[in-house]
Design a protein around this ligand. Structure first.
Ligand code: SF4
Length: 622
């Protein structure tokens, strides 16, 4: 690691504007600050969480409701940026919030003017001349707010070097962005550590240098014009990264009135990228067909288990909080067990959140649970194996049901999405989904989400293969931005011409069934006895299965002897030939009718001659 003892008289400022979740510091800012501090011990690096200030000003409930809806969030600063468009933008806001109880009655003009005033006060309260450069981390829902802050700050301090980077800006490096937003001097393509530290070094050595330096990963309008682009410039390993520095966020929170204080969630990063998204031999792309989450990285890197555990230990000790959100898109395949065993050994009652793939074994899930994982987002996405193939998830419906069951049994809240309207999906995908849903009803309902076409996703790159005829910016951008910007800049959310109308009709019954699923699940779980929908208790040589109903008493089944053993053996899905060889005395002629009967009663699921028992144990082994 390079080390630069050079002192620098001016500070580096790193900024995060609304609307990230307010109750956690920015991991992008925290990680960059810690890294730069290591590199330049004499340099002052400040991080400013403007979004927390805005959340405090407008109230946490309102802020949270807005931050959960990315289009809604983008409307507010868009109206401040382009006041001449505010009527159109207001209409979009009203349309997008009409069914949201918290924000539907908000007066848009009033909200915008409060947010604008607080933002302007924040900007006016900072001496911008003290900074050598201002770096903005731009992720989900931060596009218009960042542009607003950068524009305003630049009018106050025209010489300040303005840099934008982050997942929402990685794909926007085009001459048109610099033309429409001349306040932005540079864009960081990819992760920020190396490009930023080289830039700081350069500006320290040549403070008066106005010529844009040629630094890998730093894009300027000049480098775009001369096509002098160097691609990503990223760390080889994450193991040497110091723990994120969240002090500025906590200091800001400390200044709030007692009724505005809360215990934040600490974001932690185990890995960058996605191991499922490797370069394919044929198409040149792999990973899930809809995904554009990893455009800012190349390859997959993960920290050593001991580094992760030490970081969680240190951060929770320092900030006296026990909620930790792991920000990875996907956990490392081989190290998951080791990482979470080490977290478990910290002996802290942590509350952890993470995202992972549906192929995670029960054993790993149990380790996650023991470490403190209470909620999880599993990449299930579909309940039809045909459709899962089109999505290139590398999973099957039976695997998805199995992981949903394990979460239910282990008491991990699984927040999974069910993608509707995927281009090129057909009647068979829908009918497979509907019939599989019958078997998924005992488990936590999935959230129905519309397919979103993301810039850089494999679907865009092979649009024709998905029946897509034309791709263009999502129409909401043409409300938020003036036409000339919309026409020349390609934004992250795209729309398409193809089979959208057909898809809407096709998926209507699934949408309705998801709503019914939620109703049933909530009804069965209401009241003080929080018993599962489908469960079993083991009597050692017999098994009682209880299926709770919304209306009427539970339906019970008793399995004895080998039937019990077969049912328990299929706690994880098993091919029929494995069941046969495991129970040699049983014979196919007795086994198959039994399995068929269990499937008919929806106590087991069958796919491609593989069987999975669906009830969860009331006394699960860890
Ligand atoms: S959806 Fe998740 S698993 Fe799939 S490519 Fe994206 S990050 Fe990887």
């Amino acid at each position: 690691m390079t080390h630069h003892p050079a002192s620098a008289s001016k500070k580096v400022g790193l900024f995060s504007t609304p609307w990230p979740l307010y109750n956690r510091p920015s991991i992008q800012l925290g990680t960059l600050k810690a890294y730069l501090k290591n590199q330049f011990p004499l340099l002052t690096i400040e991080t400013h969480h403007f979004y927390l200030k805005i959340a405090e000003a407008i109230g946490y409930e309102q802020y949270q409701a807005i931050s959960k809806k990315s289009w809604v969030a983008e409307t507010i600063y868009a109206a401040a940026l382009f006041p001449e468009r505010s009527e159109k933008i207001k209409k979009l806001f009203c349309r997008l919030t009409s069914n949201n109880n918290v924000i539907r009655n908000i007066d848009f003009d009033n909200l915008t003017s409060i947010v604008k005033k607080v933002s302007d006060d924040i900007i006016g309260g900072i001496d911008w001349k003290q900074f050598r450069l201002a770096g903005f981390s731009v992720c989900l829902c931060q596009l218009t707010s960042t542009l607003y802050f950068i524009r305003k700050i630049k009018t106050l301090c025209p010489d300040l070097v303005m840099i934008a980077g982050g997942s929402s800006f990685s794909g926007l490096s085009s001459p048109d962005v610099f033309r429409h937003f001349p306040e932005i001097n540079m864009i960081i393509a990819g992760e920020g550590e190396l490009p930023l530290s080289r830039l700081v070094s350069h500006l320290s050595a040549c403070p008066e240098d106005e010529v844009s330096p040629s630094i890998p990963g730093v894009v300027t309008s000049g480098s775009l014009e001369s096509r002098h682009l160097s691609g990503f410039c990223q760390l080889e390993t994450l193991n040497d990264l110091p723990a994120p520095d969240y002090n500025d966020y906590f200091h800001l929170l400390d200044t709030f009135a007692p009724d505005k204080k809360f215990f934040p969630t600490i974001p932690v990063e185990i890995s960058r990228g996605c191991w499922w998204r490797r370069k394919g031999k044929k198409s040149g792309h792999s990973g899930c067909a809809f995904c554009n989450l990893n455009l800012q990285w190349e390859g997959y890197r993960s920290k050593k288990p001991s580094v992760v555990a030490d970081e969680i230990d240190a951060l929770t000790r320092k900030h006296r909080t026990l909620s930790v959100s792991i920000v990875d898109n996907v956990l490392p395949l081989k190290q998951t067990h080791d990482i979470f065993s080490k977290i478990s050994a910290l002996n802290k009652d942590l509350s952890l959140f993470c995202e992972t793939r549906a192929t995670t074994s029960r054993h790993s899930l149990a380790t996650l649970k023991k470490a403190g994982v209470r909620s999880i987002q599993i990449g299930i996405e579909a309940l039809s194996t045909r459709l899962l193939k089109k999505l290139n998830k590398g999973t099957t419906a039976i695997q998805n049901l199995e992981v949903m069951k394990h979460c239910e049994e282990l008491g991990i809240m699984n927040y999974a999405n069910l993608i509707l309207y995927f281009p090129g999906s057909d009647e068979l995908d829908v009918s497979e989904t509907l019939s599989c849903m019958e078997f998924a009803l005992p488990f936590r309902p999935m959230k129905a989400v519309r397919f979103q076409l993301g810039l850089g996703s494999p679907v865009i790159q092979n649009a024709g293969a998905f029946g897509i005829k034309a791709v263009y910016n999502h129409p909401n951008y043409s409300v938020l931005f003036p036409e000339k910007i919309c026409r020349s800049v390609r934004f992250l959310n795209q729309a398409y011409r193809g089979d959208r109308g057909r898809q809407k009709k096709l998926w209507k019954p699934v949408k309705e069934k998801v709503a019914a699923w939620k109703k049933i699940y909530d009804a069965v779980h209401s009241g003080s006895a929080h018993t599962p929908v489908l469960s079993h208790r083991d009597g050692r040589d017999f098994l009682i299965i209880t299926h709770r109903q919304v209306n009427g008493g539970p339906v019970t089944h008793r399995l004895a002897g080998t039937s019990r053993q077969v049912y328990l053996y299929c706690r994880q899905h098993r091919p029929v030939e494995n069941i046969v060889s495991h129970f040699p005395g049983l014979g196919q002629d007795r086994l198959i009718p039994f399995l068929k009967m269990m499937v008919d009663k929806k106590l087991m699921f069958e796919e491609n001659k593989k069987y999975l028992s669906l009830s969860i144990s009331m006394n699960p082994t860890p």
